[in-house]
Design a protein around this ligand. Sequence first.
Ligand SMILES: Cc1cc2nc3c(=O)[nH]c(=O)nc-3n(C[C@H](O)[C@H](O)[C@H](O)COP(=O)(O)OP(=O)(O)OC[C@H]3O[C@@H](n4cnc5c(N)ncnc54)[C@H](O)[C@@H]3O)c2cc1C
Length: 386
Amino acid sequence: MSNPSATIDNLVIGGGLAGSMVAIRLATAGRQVTLLEKERSAHHKVCGEFLSREAVDYLRQVGVDPLELGAATIRYMRLSSKRKVVETALSFTALSLSRFTLDAAMLSRAAEIGCDVQRGVFVDRLTTQDSLWLAQLRNRKSLCAQTVFLANGKHDLHGWGRPSTGQCDLVAFKLHWQLGRAQTEALREFIEIFLFSGGYGGLALVERDVANLCLVVRRSELRRIGGWTELLAAVLDDNRHVQYCLQGAKALWDRPLALSSIPYGYLAGRPSGLWCVGDQAAVIPSFTGDGMSIALHSAALATEMYLAGESANQYYRRLHAQLGRGMSLATLLSRIMVTGAGRNLALFGLSLFPSAMRWIAASTRVPEQARLAHPEPPPEPQGEAH
Ligand SMILES: Cc1cc2nc3c(=O)[nH]c(=O)nc-3n(C[C@H](O)[C@H](O)[C@H](O)COP(=O)(O)OP(=O)(O)OC[C@H]3O[C@@H](n4cnc5c(N)ncnc54)[C@H](O)[C@@H]3O)c2cc1C
């Protein structure tokens, strides 16, 4: 392992939405920042790709507009289970854009405003030494930093694992499809949420009329059924509406992306001085469609508090106060939804009370009063008077 070169001020590990947001906001405030992302180029991620209004607001604040990148508009939700289908209007206009496009745009934005973005760099380990951080890289180099923002998302960095949480027995799959013409039109402006034995999922158009199918299933159910092929067959058999949506559809990849051991309900609080953001700070169950907004919010909050001279511990306390209630409610609902009784209840509730869905959506989002504005860039240095 080579010796680290000069100490850098701010290191961001991970170039997803949270990492890019930290980098952009630090660079805007005139701070030096280096961001390391393990993937060499734009890549797909397991995600429903549904952007809530709060997420869109945070993205626009930093100059990334999903609509300009081709995002699809979503105004309605359709919930289906077995043979039943109910619809309701969303209380806000949402957007849907592939993570392939969105994350690449955020990283470009970070580089554009002066952040040192290094792609294809995998951080293997992170340790502390004399109140500095040492990041050991897979390329056998290392970096020394005064402050580290941990934004490595779904997977844990060696030695910095998140503990098991409220619901960590789900496996997620995601696959892009080209739907039939009629099905594409029927899906326009809708997000489909579907329930099936042991799990739930979503289907929505992203840019260029590609449809994104993303679902989670209990690990025990998946084991019982077999694998992805058997699971998809079981979902189509169980839910007639999803069967119709995928009739004649063509999968755009050979295999779906998969992810296991998602620590739903996790809310960070590390006593180490490390600034964890995004999924490293909070993991809300997927059906709320608010993970990205929480990732962006935690990144904005951490950066703001850091720039104001507050500590990482103070940041975690604030984050708990803002998100704790919504996270507990979402995790409880997610647990209920993967049970047979839960899915009947969900349909019954939605058909009787569309406003119940609005209440759930409002209760599991980043509270309005907690949302942050983009900071002003520092003033230009004044030239000497002539
Ligand atoms: C099944 C599922 C469906 C979801 N659907 C939605 C939805 O519809 N809407 C919504 O708002 N949210 C959704 N979410 C949540 C959302 O995907 C996450 O909250 C969000 O991606 C978190 O962003 P992040 O930046 O923290 O992590 P990520 O997006 O995972 O980014 C982390 C980055 O770090 C990089 N990295 C990882 N390890 C290293 C390393 N060691 N060294 C260097 N780089 C590293 C990765 O390559 C990656 O680019 C869903 C999540 C799941 C699991």
